[in-house]
Design a protein around this ligand. Structure first.
Ligand code: PPE
Length: 305
């Protein structure tokens, strides 16, 4: 059972969840501008540690910049400290952390008329593809929805409105009985999943789509380093959907999803139809890294105390 949320950090103050409210007349709610992050805190031998908080804070500020926001009222250091403060105040050992830059004070489509605000919540959130997904892998469908065109939405930014595209794809997939949707970019190359980056393995080599059209995933970046430390070569190159069908292994990764095998795509069994050895090795090493048990943990685990 998840412990209740005691506090949410709202614009400089820790308040109980029922006080962390915004007006109905809020442009983020009506149109979707804003910037958010998804971060995890893991328990380690040295107490709770937020994984790659620096990079997540940088990406949050970067998303706001990409959107064109000009008046973020908090510095990098203030956001970084506030994120740690909200985890400490709730007493969580492991949790998911959700900072959201949102807008207030004006309706309409004029960004420069908005006032910028920031809230940071944390809650206990297990892997959202489930413990069974972590062990056995999940089934996915290539979505009938196309991922963002790079000049329609900003693919490097975690902007709330971008996620309607993910919600459309995920609803379609789950209603058809799959667990995840794989999205193709407007040219037809494999882009990413609704909330994860994607990799495949073939003949011992690992491949992943290049960054131009997808989110610069921090888990993706972590796995590039982990794969290197295990001696694997990772190639970043455009990927067609049939390259996934022919792969020995396919896996996806993200802060919320962690590392998960895709065991079937469009009714084609991938490899042996279960988590493959490369995915397993990377998943195990990833859990070691985030729990402070790996040589790579040192620079990346941000200990709360
Ligand atoms: N692509 C997308 C579209 C995406 O949303 C995420 C994170 C990633 C790739 C992986 O990025 P990273 O977490 O830095 O490795 N998705 C976040 C939100 C998921 C949600 O359900 O909400 C997350 O994993 O926190």
């Amino acid at each position: 059972m998840a412990s209740p949320i005691k506090y949410i950090w709202m614009n400089g103050e820790l308040v109980p969840p029922e006080k962390a409210v915004v007006s109905f007349l809020n442009p983020t709610l009506h149109y979707g501008p804003g910037a958010f992050e998804g971060i995890r805190c893991y328990d380690t031998d040295r107490g709770p540690a937020i994984f790659r908080l620096k990079e997540h804070t940088e990406r949050l500020i970067g998303s706001y910049k990409v959107l064109g926001g000009r008046e973020l009222p908090y510095t990098f250091d203030e956001i970084y400290e506030a994120t740690k403060e909200v985890v400490r105040a709730n007493g969580f050992k492991e949790c998911y952390i959700r900072p959201l830059i949102y807008f207030t004070d004006s309706m309409g489509l004029t960004l420069d008329a908005y006032k910028t605000a920031l809230g940071i919540a944390a809650w206990e959130w297990g892997n959202f593809l489930g413990a069974e997904g972590i062990e056995k892998g999940v089934r996915a469908k290539i979505s009938s929805y196309t991922r963002h065109h790079i000049n329609v939405s900003m693919t490097k930014a975690k902007i709330p409105g971008n996620y309607v595209n993910s919600i459309l794809a995920k609803a379609e997939s789950t209603r058809m009985g799959f667990e995840e949707a794989i999205m193709l970019d407007p040219q037809g190359y494999v882009a990413e999943c609704t909330g994860e980056n994607i990799f495949y393995v073939r003949k011992g080599m690992i491949y992943t789509p290049p960054l131009a059209t997808v989110l610069e995933g921090i888990t993706r970046d972590t796995l590039l380093a982990v794969a290197g430390s295990l001696g694997y070569i990772v190639v970043e190159e455009p990927v067609g959907r049939d390259q996934l069908y022919l792969a020995d292994e396919v896996f996806v990764c993200g802060t919320a999803a962690e590392v998960i095998a895709i065991r079937e795509i469009d009714f084609r069994i991938i490899g042996d139809g279960k988590m493959g050895p490369v995915t397993r090795a990377l998943q195990q090493a990833y859990f070691d890294v985030v729990h402070g048990k790996h040589a790579l943990s040192d620079g990346w685990c941000d200990y709360l105390s």
